[in-house]
Write a protein that binds this ligand. Sequence first.
Ligand code: SF4
Ligand code: SF4
Length: 204
Amino acid sequence: MRDGFVRRVIKRVALWNFYVNVTATRAWRRRRGAAPYILGGDCRRCARCCEAPGIQVGWATWYLPTLRRLFLWWQRTVNGFELADRDPRQRVFVFRCSHFDWTTRSCDSYGSRPGICRDYPRNLLDQPGPELHPGCGYRPVARNAARWLRVLEAQPLTPEQRRQLKTGLHLDVDSEPGAPGPGPRGGTWCAWPGGSGGGSPPPE
Ligand code: SF4
Ligand code: SF4
């Protein structure tokens, strides 16, 4: 169901809160040297990230019933996310989005979509081995990729070995936008605690 005026206003306020949070969190992580990847590639508008949006939450939200109920109520009432599954290992709630049209693979409230939808897959770049949705046009690129590529070029490797190393070490800096990334890698969830920020627009 399309967002009405009131829901759009509430989501706009939540979006600014989301941006403030992720900007501060990422700046802090970068200062600590804990942000190993940058984002390469481009969005292909396949809408895979709309099929089962997931949000990883903190310990308190996962374990405290009142906080958990409040979180799930917000997701259902404001974002239109109905709880579909849980992954206790990673404290991830997986949802079914009521704004997603499976036939046209489009979002009926694209202009007011939440921050986690705009951010995917930037939220994954802080992980040691980011796993994007299969077929996603984005890919993680190691921050020091250019230096490692020079090292690789100097080694006596076959083209296949070179290709495998480039993929495995996330050194693929020069693929055409929208060209295949490292390839299908699994992964069923797309967001995190307060999300992540920045822009992976699924189809309008
Ligand atoms: S972009 Fe729209 S359809 Fe996709 S998950 Fe977000 S709100 Fe749902
Ligand atoms: S960000 Fe989402 S819509 Fe864009 S290519 Fe990746 S999975 Fe598809």
